[in-house]
Ligand binder design. Structure first.
Ligand code: PHE
Length: 367
């Protein structure tokens, strides 16, 4: 009968020799000491203390020893493993402290540093309002038309039934460009775009034209020598004042909200007949002032002056090459700056032109 260890082969257990165990231990300890970061230590742990490490394999051999040899070998291997594990734990702790210290240095954030000194730009509220207005009309299928700021005198005045001696020429104080014989002006209104449009397109015409205009006005809280208008022009068959009223009511609602409509007061413009001043129902008191209270937005009027409008004068149609027997049309013109002022409670017109970004940013960065 053979005993349990009768097949004991001393060669197989060479790893349990004192010399071998010491060598494994020293090798492991050296590797642990040499690990410079936690990743490296992880690899060292697997290599020198993991399930398939020499010392773990040696440990498994203990059972194969004759009983009398097990104790010694067991102690040797156990001690070596103990030392290795201890060294691993110690190195782990050291490296963790080191890693944390390094992180603190590398990832330091100086919370006192200014992080966004360059303020974000904002589009000018007049630009965004002009686009919003144009969008209202584009949504109805109109086109956006543009014209030059330096305009031919003829288009700014004559074509619009404002002849050289017409008293209405003095209604608009004009900047004339040098030399006078060029007959150029800084356009005093957006209405020359009406003339340009009729001269270059065939009816039906549905255009809206927002843009800058110039008059020799004082520069104060309610006037500026440069301001903005939006012009609308429709030329088609069977167009009447009713279409104009409906269009302006829709325009008013789109910009000021549901229930805000317009009213017409008889007026005079050389290029329209009949002509009207357009008032906007006050969007704050909804036209109820002064019955309810003295509204600050409309100053107790219940209505806000908004612009001019009318049915295009047949003389203008003829001057611009449109068959006035076949076609009729309407036109309107509003101040965009004024619209912005009462829509947003801007008290001083100059705020819109002085370029202080604090004014623009208050309107947000609407695109
Ligand atoms: N052009 C006129 C103005 O500047 C406004 C207007 C436009 C009136 C179109 C009637 C028709 O005062």
């Amino acid at each position: 009968m053979s005993g349990p260890n009768s097949e004991y082969d001393p060669v197989q257990v060479t790893p349990l020799d004192e010399e071998h165990v010491n060598a494994m231990r020293e090798e492991a300890l050296a590797a642990i000491a040499a690990a410079t970061d936690l990743e490296a230590l992880k690899r060292v742990r697997a290599e020198h203390a993991g399930d398939r490490s020499p010392i773990a394999l040696a440990n498994r051999e203990i059972g194969a020893l004759p009983p009398q040899a097990r104790k010694d070998a067991g102690q040797r291997v156990g001690q070596a493993r103990g030392l290795i594990n201890q060294a691993l734990a110690q190195r782990q702790a050291e490296l963790e402290i080191e890693a944390e210290a390094r992180m603190l240095v590398e990832e330091t954030v100086d919370v006192t540093l200014p992080w966004d000194r360059a303020t974000q730009g904002a589009r000018h509220p007049i630009t965004t309002l002009s686009e919003r207005i144009a969008d209202v009309f584009v949504a109805m299928g109109w086109e956006v038309a543009e014209g030059p700021l330096v305009e031919a005198e003829w288009l700014n005045f004559d074509a619009l039934n404002l002849g050289p001696d017409h008293p209405a020429r003095t209604m608009q104080d004009t900047f004339w460009a040098d030399p006078p014989e060029d007959h150029l002006v800084l356009r005093t209104h957006t209405s020359p775009v009406q003339a340009r449009t009729m001269l270059t397109r065939e009816p039906p015409i549905y255009v809206v034209c927002p843009g800058r205009v110039f008059r020799t006005d004082e520069y104060d809280a309610t006037h500026s020598p440069m301001f903005h208008q939006v012009e609308g022009l429709v030329i088609d068959e069977g167009i009447s004042m009713a279409h104009l009223k409906g269009t302006l009511d829709h325009f008013a609602e789109s910009i000021f909200g549901p229930g805000i409509d317009t009213r017409f007061r008889p007026s005079y413009f050389p290029f329209t007949e009949p002509s009207a001043e357009v008032d906007l129902r006050c969007f704050v008191c909804r036209g109820l002032s002064p019955a309810v209270d003295d509204c600050r937005t409309c100053k107790g009027e219940g209505w806000i002056e908004w612009g001019g409008c009318g049915v295009v004068n047949p003389r203008v149609l003829t001057a611009c090459g449109v068959d006035s027997d076949r076609y009729t049309g309407f036109a309107f013109g509003m101040g965009i700056d004024r619209t912005l002022m009462f829509r947003h409670g801007v008290a001083d017109m100059r705020d819109m032109f002085e370029g202080d970004v604090r004014f623009s940013t208050a309107f947000g960065s609407e695109l």
